[in-house]
Design a protein around this ligand. Structure first.
Ligand SMILES: Nc1ncnc2c1ncn2[C@@H]1O[C@H](COP(=O)(O)OP(=O)(O)O)[C@@H](O)[C@H]1O
Ligand SMILES: [Mg+2]
Length: 385
């Protein structure tokens, strides 16, 4: 954030140019997963902020979502362009200054925040997770331009009717193929959907409005915190190129399940994972982990955790989880996203098959391992809870 620095070479895709050149009131970035939506809007914001004095707000559904997402990407971008300077970063209020501009990052979990002071430019990241009323309040308090980005997960979302129909809206659609910087492994993971599920391929691959009529889990209730009492245990799904997911479960009254997302992160080695787990796991509580990686489980046990292989029966696990009344903490944003896109497979004629599509299911698998295995008696029968 060196305010003296006015020029730098920006390596971006065409998406940046289209965002930058739009003169419309709203610029809607719809796209598949990892298409470079968020990066290009943030790059656009940096360029605009250097050109003139602006007050810019970057918002998303919750503070963890913001910190793990847009805010982290933004500081990474500033570092990359040698614009980063601690002096101009107020970490208490999440305000960053570049050039003469001021960029504030805030979350929308408290609807009151949408009624704060005005701004010139607004960016709502993953706008599909934000209620229309909140978005509208923000938009009413924005003088110049509004940028949004989203995956077209929900067929009946307000974005289609209220935003895309406006004549002052630039619509930009992108897919992973527009992202020249994408890790090949992630591109392959996305392309696998072509053969597994047409509809998910349409949404996450092609960035087209989908129909998620057959999600495995119905929406869960959102809570602020886990209860103080209850039976505590954990679920763990390993990953490297895809995120490792650790979830905390608290079971009360037999079927009231409270779930909190603790770790959701790619490129973690097992030792890094163990380090992260040190401070957050209740001592001695059971951790049920992906049985496909006994070596990693053994290492975690050696580090002093009560970690064991989970029962991986998919159908039984899903049935068990579906019988629970699930309450999800507000900060569990990755679980929330996974739930929205997790669906049953369809056969060639569109009939549902009793098997979920294996895609974006890391935290959901961790939940399933935990709940299913914790509920099994030693003889393999369900405990009567
Ligand atoms: N201009 C760029 N330069 C380098 N890497 C990029 C660029 N744009 C995107 N990426 C990489 O691609 C990833 C996905 O881009 P992102 O904007 O987060 O996708 P989306 O928001 O569409 O899901 C980023 O995390 C980053 O690693
Ligand atoms: Mg994004």
């Amino acid at each position: 954030m060196n305010p003296e620095r006015k020029e730098f070479k920006l390596e971006g895709s065409e998406l940046v140019l289209i965002n930058l050149e739009s003169q419309d009131r709203i610029v809607a970035n719809q796209g598949g997963t990892s298409s470079g939506k968020t990066w290009s809007v943030l790059q656009t914001i940096i360029l605009k902020a250097l050109r003139e004095k602006l007050h810019i707000s970057v918002c998303s559904v919750s503070l963890p979502h913001l910190k793990k997402g847009a805010l982290l990407d933004f500081t990474n971008l500033l570092t990359k362009y040698e614009l980063y300077d601690e002096k101009f970063y107020n970490k208490t209020d999440n305000i960053i200054r570049i050039g003469k501009s001021r960029i504030e990052f805030f979350s929308l979990d408290d609807p009151g925040k949408a009624r704060g002071p005005r701004r010139d430019i607004l960016f709502v990241n993953e706008c599909n997770l934000v209620p229309y009323e909140t978005f509208n309040q923000l938009m009413l308090r924005t003088r110049k331009q509004v940028f949004i980005d989203y995956n077209p997960v929900d067929e009946n979302h307000w974005i289609y009717e209220k935003i895309l129909t406006r004549d002052d809206c630039t619509f930009i659609k992108s897919t992973y193929k527009d992202n020249l910087f994408l890790d090949r492994k992630i591109a392959q993971e996305i392309e696998r959907l072509k053969d597994t599920d047409e509809n998910l391929w349409k949404i996450y691959g092609l960035g087209e409005r989908g129909q998620l009529k057959s999600t495995v889990y119905s929406p869960w209730e959102i809570v602020d915190e886990l209860p103080e009492d209850g039976d505590i245990f954990y679920g763990l799904d390993f990953g490297y190129n895809v995120p490792a997911a650790l979830v905390k479960c608290c079971l009360k009254d037999g079927n009231q399940l409270y779930v909190d997302e603790l770790i959701y992160q790619s490129y973690l080695t097992n030792s890094e994972l163990i380090l992260l787990m040190r401070d957050i796991i209740t001592p001695h509580a059971s951790i049920y982990a992906d049985a496909a990686e006994p070596q990693r489980i053994a290492e975690i046990r050696k580090a002093g955790f009560n970690c064991r292989a989970a029962d991986k029966s998919v159908k039984d696990g899903i049935d068990k989880l579906k019988r629970m009344k699930v309450h999800l903490t507000r900060r569990s944003t990755n679980i929330l996203k996974e739930r929205q896109g997790y669906k049953w497979k369809e056969d060639a004629s569109g009939n549902l098959i009793d098997e979920p599509v294996k895609f974006n299911d890391h935290a959901l698998d961790a939940m399933r391992y935990a709940v299913h295995t914790h509920g099994l008696r030693p003889n393999g029968k369900y405990a009567m809870r």
